[in-house]
Design a protein around this ligand. Structure first.
Ligand SMILES: Cc1cc2nc3c(=O)[nH]c(=O)nc-3n(C[C@H](O)[C@H](O)[C@H](O)COP(=O)(O)O)c2cc1C
Length: 324
């Protein structure tokens, strides 16, 4: 086993180097617990846990702890430009996570320096989502323990470069690199481990499991789709998100209209445009958890290798058979 994989397993407490990434929708506590319990590592998406799946944050974490005695992580989307209320809420969630004994934070979209400082005081590991080499080096220097390399094949807000390019540019960075994007089956997993990744983070594969709370039609669409059915839209978050091409997605086109597109190009207006899109997106995307007729389905290019809806235990078992 590579030393970075050993480090990644030590940092997470998992037995198999696979993470179920935070998802809105998708990150219901039962899914997170099932992934950790099977030997992988589940990460909580706080907004999904509370607003979408209706749990009080602390009670949601306690439910996961009741379902498994294995460790799990919590995601914090930093969002420098967000309002004070958002930051206070995130701080509160972080305090509760620490009190409930969480030992792994996954941070994204912003500067994690303050979080790293708090984490170190509590012996918590921090991994951060990165889109490219420049951000990766800055985050390593900020003291994060590992990097989630978000590539362009991933579901949800997608990356801008390939899994291969990350490895080429970062192979000697000295902390574990996790491949996030486009992993559909054990063959894909083997391929990126052979490239040099310490492990993988998956979203789409875990959406198509029995434990995930999204609609059956969404799960079936993942099984039925090919890579070519995945398109990019900037209407969810201002940057590209990977989604399945459905009539709901195609209605009105894949790109934002003139005013929002203008705002997205202006440094001072961009955050308002993104906040507007995301708050609207949350409404549409929350419906995909419960309403079979709403087809705003985020998914990555790994769909081509996802052939059935399975139990989490069976998915983890398939991946555990790979020689890490
Ligand atoms: C439906 C969906 C929702 C997602 N929501 C979030 C999110 O709220 N926060 C986040 O950091 N990543 C989110 N992601 C990204 C995943 O955590 C993960 O990095 C990504 O799904 C990996 O690519 P894959 O889907 O090809 O496996 C989402 C992905 C999907 C498919």
């Amino acid at each position: 086993m590579k030393s970075t994989t050993q480090q990644f397993l030590k940092d997470t407490g998992a037995q198999v180097p696979i993470v179920c990434g935070p998802m809105y929708p998708g990150s219901n506590p039962e899914l997170i617990a099932a992934v950790s319990d099977a030997g992988g590592f589940g990460v909580v998406q706080p907004v999904a846990l509370t607003s979408l799946y209706g749990h009080d944050f602390r009670e949601g974490l306690q439910l996961i702890k009741k379902l498994t005695d294995k460790p799990f992580g919590v995601n914090f989307t930093i969002f420098g430009g967000a309002n004070k209320k958002y930051h206070e809420q995130m701080k509160k969630w972080m305090e509760i996570s620490i009190e409930e004994g969480v030992k792994f934070f996954l941070t994204s979209l912003g500067k994690p320096h303050a979080i790293v400082k708090i984490a170190k005081q509590h012996d918590i590991k921090v991994y951060h989502d990165v889109p490219n080499k420049k951000v990766a080096l800055a985050m390593r220097d900020a003291g994060v323990d590992g990097l989630n390399c978000i590539n362009w094949r991933g579901g949800g807000q997608t990356g801008i470069q390939s899994a291969e390019q990350f490895i080429e540019e970062l192979h000697d960075i000295g902390i574990p690199l996790v491949c996030a994007g486009g992993i559909g089956n054990a063959g894909d997993f083997q391929k990126v481990l052979d490239m040099g990744y310490a492990g993988v983070q998956m979203g789409t594969r875990f959406l198509a499991t029995k434990e995930c709370i999204i609609t059956d039609s969404y799960k079936q669409a993942i099984v039925d789709s090919t890579e070519e059915d995945i398109v990019w839209t900037n209407k969810i978050a201002g940057n590209n998100s990977s989604v399945i091409k459905t009539k709901d997605i195609m209605r009105g086109g894949l790109r934002t209209g003139t005013i929002i597109s203008y705002m997205l190009k202006k440094r001072k207006l961009k955050k308002y445009a993104r906040m507007y899109l995301m708050s609207r997106g949350l409404k549409n995307y929350s419906k995909t958890a419960f309403d079979d007729n709403v087809q705003f389905w985020q998914a990555g290019k790994g769909v081509g290798n996802i052939k059935s809806v399975e139990s989490v235990a069976d998915v983890v078992k398939e991946f555990a058979a790979v020689n890490v």
